[in-house]
Write a protein that binds this ligand. Sequence first.
Ligand SMILES: Cc1cc2nc3c(=O)[nH]c(=O)nc-3n(C[C@H](O)[C@H](O)[C@H](O)COP(=O)(O)OP(=O)(O)OC[C@H]3O[C@@H](n4cnc5c(N)ncnc54)[C@H](O)[C@@H]3O)c2cc1C
Length: 282
Amino acid sequence: MKPPPVVYHGPDTVDEAVRLLAEHGAHAKVLAGGQSLVPMLNMRLTAPSRLIDVNRLDELAYVRTDLEGVRVGALARHADVERATHAFEAVPLLRQAVRTVAHPTIRNRGTTVGSLVHADPCAEMPAVLALLDGELLLRSERGGERVVKAADFFVGPMESACQEDELAVEAYFPKPKGRTGTDWREMSRRNGDYALCGVGTSVRVTEAGEVTSAKAVFIAMGPMPRVVDVTAAGADWDAAAEIAVEQLEPEDDIHASAEYRKHLARILTARSLRASYEAVAP
Ligand SMILES: Cc1cc2nc3c(=O)[nH]c(=O)nc-3n(C[C@H](O)[C@H](O)[C@H](O)COP(=O)(O)OP(=O)(O)OC[C@H]3O[C@@H](n4cnc5c(N)ncnc54)[C@H](O)[C@@H]3O)c2cc1C
């Protein structure tokens, strides 16, 4: 199928993009990398009458790292995040997870911020933002700028808190505090496919190796990325995985049964927590 006809806008500045969204937001879609939006247009799962293409907004094509964390502008591609060594050194989970997003060609074009706004429950980067307790910077003509925490940003499957007149400008991924190790792993049928189950973990330890915080986040296991605190299990990773899996409610679909997804989650979580721990244990 072909997409329905649309009026195309190619703003040159963020101000112009925000003005266009104020005027046409109810009937428009922002076009970033197009890796999710264009298939949806072709399948007529969405039918905006206007597209606001943000690909000329070079001012948003950045990945910046400071002492606090990593800021990813709306035009930074997944591949920019993957290649940014400074970002990997500050927040290793970014590269650990983003390299499992689709294939290199899709990562060359798809944007990390676009993936966050798209809020696919099987996507990696929303889960990374949730686990790190990151935030999104949104801008509109109506409300100016507002910052939304990850916990409030993902409101349902394919549904985020970004309103129709808002442009998502930047994502902020805070650097984990103290001695924290992270890990990402997932299982998919073929390399590059969406995961049947994916898990990211972070484990913080004292200098002596005592676990003071252990968390896991899951994709493809429910309508939104789900963060589970498993600190109570200490360094018993099988027990920690069991605590986490008990709180998940995956569904059967054509790719896998709910039971198989839980089986994967149990194994991947224990392995991932152990890897996060071993990355920082004395
Ligand atoms: C074959 C294939 C496999 C894939 N596999 C994976 C995978 O394994 N894991 C994964 O995470 N993703 C996967 N993707 C999706 C890919 O990561 C997309 O690039 C990403 O989800 C969306 O980013 P985009 O820049 O392409 O956004 P677009 O497709 O341009 O936009 C997606 C949505 O977000 C909105 N939007 C985008 N940017 C903004 C903004 N700045 N402000 C407001 N709204 C905005 C758009 O209006 C649209 O509704 C896959 C895609 C394909 C085609």
